[in-house]
Design a protein around this ligand. Structure first.
Ligand code: GLC
Length: 501
């Protein structure tokens, strides 16, 4: 069997606004990414996923798209994008872009026309709202001057498309072609389970992400991905799509990755699991039993960084646990998605001043929800300076960086064998070397309930989530460890890769 490139790929998510600013306006851009491609190649990832860089009023950081076929001047130009793809490919990095099909921006020409009364059927307008709530808090409906209401499952600046209108379907096939023709290797599909709503838009008792709820995971959505799959397969080079599918049950996730649909779906169950061997084992077992091509993810631009999540109940354990979870994830069959800054061990920034915050979750909830800005703080590239090297000298970034970011910068960690960054580099190199010799299956070995031991051919991975050291399983040598493992004992909050044979 020819293994498709994405099956075992390590994909690095670039939240474009916060990665690197070359233009000097305090906001990350495509030119900034181009400058850092050698860094990404050196880190050892296989692909990058770019969050939306399309023209947008930024009501939701670019997830409110006003033009699906261009680049916002804030981020550069189409020519910059084309250069980025060419240079990424020269660095042997694949490029995934975000596609946002559930909703457009309220500034999209179609919605502006709808407000004038033209083509309202491309969106969801009603004379009366139902009881649905916006995911960002508050009602999911906003009234327009002539008295009708439109549906927005997110911010009012993000009106939901009416996917029952064939024009919407055709439009997105054409948008995909536009980027495929520019050489992208795949797409990350935003809110992939949201496109269709139940006919009649009935009131709901709860808004959970169930398969075939009135709001999420309607069966009709799968026809869309069947058509997208045909389109992707018609291009050379194994183009792929990964869905952002929030579900309450892994079995629902499997529906999206049937052989004629999406290639992958994010596995948020892994990210939602607490620091617990039992919880990790359940997600691993359920995942491998239900989806043909597994993915693993610990952090992204929507959730509290995992270093901070894992230490919620045990302050100070975050960095060790983050390393151990990463090493475990990299040993599992399938592909791994990393989020920019996790390789530096960045924590969630909890104390951003309210006036600096821009996330609509914070703004729409009247400040009662912190929102997601805390995981979107611009990356520190160097130890000093007004932006720690994120922007050119003297420029302040769009979100303030905390004082300890200098010590976590790429410059501060480069070459320090004890740093998180060097640990990521070693782990990714070691994984790449192992991939050819390990099967796409795992076998569990006996362990105490606070630890997990599993093998993939010659590789054994062990993680200790308990409070006592555990005895290591039999092995011939140690490949990688996240902490000291002396006398055959694995300390708490530590993971290790062992070799046998
Ligand atoms: C997805 C994105 C998130 C965005 C939302 C609405 O969940 O990851 O950042 O706010 O969709 O587009």
């Amino acid at each position: 069997m020819v293994i498709p490139w994405w099956r075992d790929a390590v994909v690095y998510e670039i939240y474009v606004r916060s990665f690197a600013d070359a233009s000097g306006d305090g906001v990350g851009d495509l030119a900034g990414i181009r400058q850092r491609l050698p860094y990404l190649r050196g880190l050892g990832v296989d692909a990058i996923w770019l969050t939306p860089f399309y023209p947008s009023p930024m009501a939701d950081g670019g997830y409110d798209v006003a033009d699906y076929r261009d680049v916002d001047p804030l981020f550069g130009s189409l020519a910059d994008f084309e250069a980025l793809v060419a240079e990424a490919h020269a660095h042997e990095l694949k490029v995934l872009v975000d596609v946002v099909p559930n909703h457009s921006s309220a500034e999209h020409p179609w919605f502006r026309a709808a407000l004038r009364g033209e083509g309202r059927d491309r969106y969801i307008f009603r004379d009366e709202p139902n009881n649905w709530q916006s995911t960002f808090s508050g009602p999911a409906w906003t009234q327009v001057p002539d008295g009708q209401w439109y549906l927005h499952l997110f911010a009012p600046g993000q009106p939901d498309f009416n996917w029952r209108n064939p024009e919407v379907h055709e439009e997105f096939l054409d948008v995909l072609r536009f980027w495929l023709d520019r050489g992208v290797d795949g797409f990350r599909i935003d809110v992939a389970m949201g496109l269709y709503k139940e006919e009649g838009l009935p009131d709901v008792k709860d808004q959970s992400f169930k398969a075939a709820s009135p709001i999420w995971g309607r069966p009709e959505v799968h026809e869309v991905y069947r058509d997208w799959r045909k389109l992707l397969d018609s291009y050379p080079g194994k183009r792929m799509a990964v869905g952002e599918v929030w579900t309450d049950d892994l079995a629902d996730l499997a529906l999206y990755v049937r052989p004629d649909e999406l290639h992958q779906s994010f596995n948020f169950a892994w990210l939602q699991a607490p620091w617990s061997a039992t919880a990790f084992r359940k997600v691993i077992d359920d995942t491998l039993a239900t989806v043909p091509f597994a993915t693993w993810v610990l952090s992204n631009h929507d959730v509290v960084r995992h270093r901070t999540r894992y230490e919620a109940d045990d302050p100070g354990t975050g960095p060790a646990r983050a390393k151990a979870a990463l090493l475990t994830m990299l040993a599992l069959p399938g592909s791994a998605y990393l989020y920019q800054g996790e390789e530096l061990g960045l924590p969630e920034v909890r104390d951003l001043p309210p006036e600096a915050r821009q996330d609509p979750v914070f703004l729409q909830s009247g400040g009662t929800l912190p929102g997601r800005d805390g995981c979107r703080v611009p990356l520190p590239w160097s130890s000093g300076g007004a932006s720690h090297g994120f922007s050119p000298d003297g420029v302040r970034p769009w979100l303030p960086q905390p004082p300890d970011f200098g010590a976590l910068s790429v410059e501060a960690q480069n070459g320090d064998p004890g740093s998180m960054l060097e640990f990521y580099r070693r782990a990714l190199t070691c994984r790449r070397e192992l991939l050819g010799s390990i099967p796409y299956t795992i076998e569990w070995l006996d362990s105490s309930s606070d630890a997990l031991f599993f093998t993939r051919g010659p590789l054994t991975c062990a993680i200790n989530c308990g409070v006592e050291p555990v005895r290591l399983p039999p092995h011939d040598s140690v490949l990688m460890a996240t902490g000291p493992a002396a006398d055959d004992r694995l300390p708490p909050d530590t993971a290790i890769w062992l070799r046998t044979g």
